[in-house]
Design a protein around this ligand. Sequence first.
Ligand SMILES: Cc1cc2nc3c(=O)[nH]c(=O)nc-3n(C[C@H](O)[C@H](O)[C@H](O)COP(=O)(O)O)c2cc1C
Length: 179
Amino acid sequence: MTDTRVAVLVGSLRADSLNRRIAENLRDNAPEGVTLEIVEGLGDLPFYNEDLDGETVPEAASLVRKTVAEADRVLAVTPEYNATMPAVLNNAIDWLSRPYGAGAVVGKPFAVIGATPTPYGGKWAHEHTQKSATIAGAQVVEHIVVSQSAMEGDILADEAVVAKFADAVQALVDAEPTA
Ligand SMILES: Cc1cc2nc3c(=O)[nH]c(=O)nc-3n(C[C@H](O)[C@H](O)[C@H](O)COP(=O)(O)O)c2cc1C
């Protein structure tokens, strides 16, 4: 049997991004039968513009669409900027939502996790990502969401927190596409 492939959209471009490190930790410790692929190049995507989205599309958009189209599931791992998702993630979802009705996320089980150094852990960003991905056509699994506070210490050294993230991945893998 082939592995279940999970495309991972990281909402931070920062070199030392905590959310990227969460994604890398999950990728490096993926359960047997599961492959997580961090979708690179989100920072190379131009701002979504319908004029650019014709018979040909920018190479960065084509690569991101291909990686997600080839996956079985999609996981967003994101911080929160100004009470919503970072623009880089919003822009990626816009590219992945078109062509209308046939975007790369359509029908794919989709979950959201992430951490921020506040008591709320980015919950508004996560709610907004769920809403946006739903409208984009993904099959958002509402209950798979982890908004982790990272106020002090290294949350990736906390086994209970790491287990929470890993459980979210497992639940996403177990979610059957309904379409
Ligand atoms: C422009 C900007 C806006 C931010 N707004 C929020 C916010 O609304 N809520 C929040 O929890 N954290 C906010 N933060 C803090 C980020 O969550 C924090 O920098 C986080 O570590 C970024 O994630 P990363 O480590 O993956 O890059 C903001 C940070 C920036 C740079």
